[in-house]
Unconditional design. Structure first.
Length: 75
């Protein structure tokens, strides 16, 4: 990376940080999740993949909350 590219990247990062000052917690959470790393053995990986492939569970209270007009339009 040449010095011009580095300076452009540095400036871009500085602008992003300045923009996010009011949203520090969200920024920290994003960085944390973007850098998550975990190790699974083959059995754990198989189980994890099965859970990802399975349909989501039905949660009646959540379904009601998301389908209730009052939640989103303030009625």
């Amino acid at each position: 990376m040449n010095s011009d590219s580095f300076n452009e990247l540095k400036e871009s990062l500085n602008q992003t940080i300045e923009h996010a000052k009011g949203e520090r917690d969200d920024l920290r959470t994003t960085v944390c999740f973007d850098n998550a790393h975990f190790v699974l053995n083959s059995e754990q990986l198989r189980s994890f993949n099965e859970k990802l492939a399975a349909p989501p569970p039905s949660i009646p209270a959540l379904r009601k909350l998301l389908n209730d007009e009052d939640v989103f339009n303030g009625k």
